[in-house]
Design a protein around this ligand. Sequence first.
Ligand SMILES: NC(=O)c1ccc[n+]([C@@H]2O[C@H](COP(=O)([O-])OP(=O)(O)OC[C@H]3O[C@@H](n4cnc5c(N)ncnc54)[C@H](OP(=O)(O)O)[C@@H]3O)[C@@H](O)[C@H]2O)c1
Length: 333
Amino acid sequence: MTGTSIAIHQVSRPHGMPGAEHFAFVEESRPVPAEGTALVENIYLSVDPYMREEMDGGWELNRPLEGRSIGRVIESRTSALAVGDLVWHGHSWRTHAVVDPSTTRLLPVLPGVPLSAHLSVLGGTGLSAYVGLTRIARLQPGEDLFISAAAGGVGSAAGQIARLLGVGRLVGSAGSPAKVKHLTERLGFDAAFDYHDGPVGELLHRAAPQGIDVYLDNVGGEHLEGAISALRDHGRIAWCGAVGQYNSTEPPVAPRNLYDVVGKSLRLEGFLVRNHMNVRDELYEFLVPHIRSGRVVPDETVVEGFEHMVDAFLGMLRGANTGKMIVQVSEAT
Ligand SMILES: NC(=O)c1ccc[n+]([C@@H]2O[C@H](COP(=O)([O-])OP(=O)(O)OC[C@H]3O[C@@H](n4cnc5c(N)ncnc54)[C@H](OP(=O)(O)O)[C@@H]3O)[C@@H](O)[C@H]2O)c1
């Protein structure tokens, strides 16, 4: 197999919001798989908020970057993977990757389920939502829930999963009027607000005047402060992320009411989805029938073209996505 391959490298460290100047597209000869490995042509690449944190030191400069990816095997030197197999692996930010079967997942063939769903509602994104609600917050039927960054990947999955779990009042926050409309008109939220419209605590109080039982926190800061204030006694916070802080150059001021966690007997628990991979099969069993029936819709923004990968990543940090941000780099069929 001959030809070229393109990989994206990080070339410098950002201070605050990153830009295109922190990345470089590097063209090289297409990698040749060694014995026991296979060559994959990537189809869908994931861009995620945690990558912003990796840019501060986790990612080595001038090396191909990592991330979740779906691709097709185009050359194989292992009996574990055949040409044509569709696989999930961790070598994103490149058009082609050499994969080791021990760290590669053969994707199940699921008629009626779009391939990209393995990165969105069935991927780490959907699993974060499912684990946050079922394992961390332990949401009970009839309980009232607030989700921040609700129109994003985790948020839109969480809203749909919460409905299936019998949530009571479902409230979300997002960064634009169009996203607020998306939440209430397409994703079944009872109320939603644009967090730019005023102090989050006040906006949340208006959207959930009776209070909430559970908060799935994707944003941190002022959102967390508002939620602590709105939570009823014995409420729970599943702390998934703090995307409101990842580009900040200053330490967060909020939440200023953290001690109310004691006064209200709240439970605040953070989690990392990578510690809950044993729940993935359960997520598939739970969601796949609902995806097939149309009750759950993988909510995605798919940007086409590898050349737009950096723009998609930067755009996601600024809120350009509705649902999970995914980059399509080659044909899925
Ligand atoms: N714990 C884990 O294992 C785990 C796993 C996956 C994800 N996460 C976390 O979950 C959260 C959501 O991740 P995702 O992959 O689903 O990303 P996402 O929500 O699809 O995309 C990020 C969103 O963040 C919002 N945002 C950006 N700056 C913001 C700010 N200053 N204040 C409020 N919202 C802001 C934007 O939406 P708006 O237009 O609404 O501003 C943007 O669309 C992140 O915090 C991420 O780190 C954690």
